[in-house]
Design a protein around this ligand. Structure first.
Ligand SMILES: [Zn+2]
Ligand SMILES: [Zn+2]
Ligand SMILES: [Zn+2]
Length: 338
């Protein structure tokens, strides 16, 4: 059973115990044969995944058979397990708990397409809708505190992870990074009575030079102080804390800006691996004491991280990020990409 353990010094929870000793030792063997016989995310290979949890599919077609457009299956290497209880306990001075939660893979297309930006806008809209459906579904489970949508895109991978997919983790606690964002936006709101993110959007629109794309509902830009080169933020221009509250026409514009922004990264930077995360409000649980103003002070967003550099020792030791290229230059390079 995977476990959550808390580091007392940094107060960070870590996830551990998903992998067996045998599997790990096996992976060190250079002669180990990697299986490339067919991608199990592709249509017609449905039987090679765990049974599907949800799919948008043609009427009349059966689960785990062809005929789907977007398909959700449990992760085989799940960092979280849905059965059992949280079992929070102490071990001497340490805290640990069972990894209750869900870990799902959202397969974005039946075809072997590697980059989400190569999918048609209508297909990306379906993916964005499935994000909402899965987030809402796990909101019904009271043990869970946060639903995190994220993506590890590996276009150059020869294995099935090359097939465009996102991941969804429903967690028994709110991630520390989210808590920090929630706290700083609440403090900003308490002081200025305005949403921090709305103010950032206005500043970016005044400065112009870090903007990559803008449409009726969304803006994407390189933040003023990026942690990593070519990092991007995508935000709805109309204030909204909850991603699940976005309607069909808004999701269309989100699909458009996501496709355009990620397309620029792919063209300008020679198709690098990248990650993105979607930060929306936590699941609202009564006894958790979430603040009254959360719908006013938080603003959902997507953060995109192309992987251009290795993390340096200085960063992991100090928490300072060194970023040799000015954010304005990163933005210029992306904006100029056709
Ligand atoms: Zn495939
Ligand atoms: Zn806002
Ligand atoms: Zn965020």
């Amino acid at each position: 059973m995977p476990e959550l353990r808390r580091d007392l010094i940094t107060q960070k929870w870590i996830i551990t115990g998903m992998r067996s000793k045998e599997k790990f030792l096996e992976s060190l063997n250079p002669f180990q044969k990697k299986t490339t016989n067919g991608c199990f995310f592709c249509e017609k290979n449905e039987k090679n995944t765990l049974p599907e949890i949800y799919a948008i599919r043609k009427p009349g077609t059966q689960p785990d058979t062809p005929g789907w457009q977007v398909r959700v299956v449990p992760s085989k290497a799940a960092a979280f397990k849905i059965e059992g209880d949280i079992g929070k306990e102490g071990h001497g001075i340490y805290d640990l708990m069972n990894n209750i939660g869900a870990h799902e893979l959202i397969v974005e297309t039946p075809q072997h397409v590697k980059n989400i930006c190569d999918l048609p806008i209508e297909q990306i809209v379906l993916v964005l809708k499935v994000y909402q459906i899965r987030l809402r579904d796990l909101d019904n489970d009271d043990r869970l505190r946060y639903g995190l949508i994220f993506k590890n895109q590996r276009p150059k991978s020869p294995y099935r992870i090359g097939h465009s997919h996102s991941q969804f983790a429903a967690l028994p606690l709110t991630p520390k990074i989210l808590k920090e964002e929630l706290t700083s936006s609440r403090e900003y709101f308490a002081y200025k009575e305005r949403c921090l993110f709305c103010d950032i959007i206005r500043q970016e629109q005044r400065d112009v030079k870090r903007i990559i794309e803008e449409n009726a509902d969304y803006i994407s830009f390189v933040p003023f102080a990026t942690k990593f080169p070519f990092e991007l933020f995508i935000l709805p221009k109309k204030h909204n804390a909850d991603y699940c509250a976005e309607n069909e026409s808004s999701l269309k514009n989100l699909a458009q800006i996501l496709k355009a922004s990620l397309g620029k990264i792919s063209v300008a930077l020679n198709d690098p691996p990248l990650n993105y995360v979607l930060h929306t409000i936590p699941y609202m649980r009564k006894k958790q004491g979430y603040w009254e103003t959360i719908h006013n002070d938080f603003h959902w967003h997507i953060e995109v991280y192309p992987q251009m550099t290795e993390t340096m020792g200085f960063e992991s030791g100090s928490g300072f990020h060194i970023q040799p290229l000015l954010p304005e230059i990163c933005a210029e390079i992306l904006r100029d990409a056709k």
